[in-house]
Design a protein around this ligand. Sequence first.
Ligand code: SF4
Length: 330
Amino acid sequence: MKSIYDIQTLEKRIRDPYQRKKLLNAYLKKALPPEECPEPASEFFQGMELVERHDSKTDGATKLVFQCVEDGGKVEAVVLRIASGRTSLCISSQIGCAADCQFCATGAMGLTRNLTADEMLDQVLLAKRLLREEGRRLRNIVIMGMGEPLHNETNLFQCLETLRDPRFFNISENHLMVSTVGIPDAMLRFREHFPAIQLALSLHSARQDIREKLMPIARFQTLKKLKAILPDLGNSMIEYLMLKDVNDSPEDLAALLDFLQGTNAHINLIQFNAHPSAKYKPVSLDARKAFGDSLKNAGFKVTLRYSLGEDIAAACGQLGEKKEIRTVSD
Ligand code: SF4
């Protein structure tokens, strides 16, 4: 079986450029089901199947559970229907994760394996088909679901190439984002390869001792190394998950201001979503606002981020967590 995302295979199989374009438009851009696409659509292999769907009762989030055809491994992606009418999709890059961030349900699973580029792209394609049925268009894609994307660098790069390729998905680089725990060498390679794709650094603390407790990877990928590369990354997006009595004190704020000094970082202050394996507590909205105001007063752009999908374990840090949920066939 062949991959629809492989241009060499496609060119060999469909020699006429017009026919090739017609197939790709129907299959990937319009996301029609294969039976409604021109042949040889039925020859192409799909590496992922949508096996569960969980719709939030409180907001516009839907968690999608995909099963890998190759080995039965499962990953999750989240559709976010934002109040503005825009639709975003958060996809996974690995089955499990080796980074072991202490606040994250995926981290508690350990790593099973990297996803292939095709398996990442299939999450996008299958979500697009679903949204098409609702009359919605997918606008933004973020790679911040299960896994550390830069631990799967080759496949991540291939996936992003295909997403932005005008012949395939043709998604603007401004609508793509990758989030990382912070691996300086890989971040620099990413920036060289994709100058316009947003790269978000999950910082969560600007104090080395605290960060090491939250994110064991910080022992090797130190704040000093991260600070040294910030100027080479362009506009920095900083993710800061606020945890009560862990990273919300005046000392934490001072360390963050010091770390970001000289940059024009945009800081997302993220609400913590509790899950059974987490030992942390969320910070109150007032405290989060006050922390954000101090950052704003220092000249930084700040967003207080509210996660969608908490009731279906689809919010940030909750993916991979087991919950009683409804399947697509229900
Ligand atoms: S937060 Fe991201 S990098 Fe950290 S353990 Fe979870 S999935 Fe892995």
